[in-house]
Design a protein. Structure first.
Length: 221
């Protein structure tokens, strides 16, 4: 997660937000509420959330899977982008942070589209596969604990349809992916998933320098 795009000066980012982002009122309210939390840096940036919403509109997505809800800022954006009968399944360890976003989902009129699954995310993804949901989702977004990222990627690739998108957040990891002295497990996991996706012939891929690095993989087989 990253509340702002890495590497932009404050003035240039202010310009980007002014000219390039149309943040809905409910999303702005949720972002401001999230900003009061000690963990506010976990929130996705408006520019990245808007890009995801645009991708949903362009692809005609109807079913969206999210791994890592936090306060549900991206969840809200996607709820607004998807049609009224769409389905959003979002996974988080517990309800504490999503409960911050729920009133804003209601305000935006998208709460009826959203199902929150609590518990370890891998267990939630495995449960979806066991329920026969493989190939059922149009888009999946991973923005949760970093060490299982390679496993999250594989599960999400199973759950999205051919032609669907798997999107990974934090893939530039504030530049730490190229710091040879950074041997922490989270950094190693990001490097590993980046290596996996870069070589994965099941997808077409683009890594975009927005937020803290945003990888988009389109499933082709």
């Amino acid at each position: 997660m990253s509340a702002r795009t890495f590497g932009l000066s404050p003035d240039l980012r202010a310009y980007l937000l002014d000219k390039g982002v149309r943040e809905p009122a409910a999303a702005r309210g949720l972002r401001e509420a999230t900003g009061k939390l000690d963990q506010s840096g976990w929130e996705s940036s408006p520019e990245q959330a808007q890009l995801m919403a645009l991708l949903a509109e362009v692809t005609g997505a109807r079913r969206f899977l999210e791994v890592g809800t936090f306060t549900g800022y991206c969840t809200l954006w996607m709820g607004l982008a998807l049609p009224d009968d769409a389905e959003i399944v979002t996974c988080d360890l517990e309800d504490a942070f999503p409960s911050v976003g729920r009133p804003f989902w209601e305000q935006a009129g998208v709460a009826h589209k959203i199902t929150l699954r609590t518990g370890p995310a891998l267990a939630s993804l495995d449960a979806l596969i066991a329920e026969g949901r493989a190939g059922d989702f149009d888009m999946a977004f991973v923005d949760a604990d970093k060490r299982p990222y390679p496993d999250y990627y594989e599960r999400c690739l199973t759950l999205v349809r051919t032609g669907g998108l798997v999107m990974l957040d934090n893939t530039l990891w504030s530049g730490r992916v190229i710091d040879a002295e950074d041997t922490r497990k989270n950094t190693a996991a990001i490097r590993r998933v980046n290596d996996i996706v870069a070589k994965d012939e099941r997808v077409h891929v683009s890594m975009v320098p927005i937020g803290d690095g945003f990888t988009i993989a389109r499933k082709i087989v």
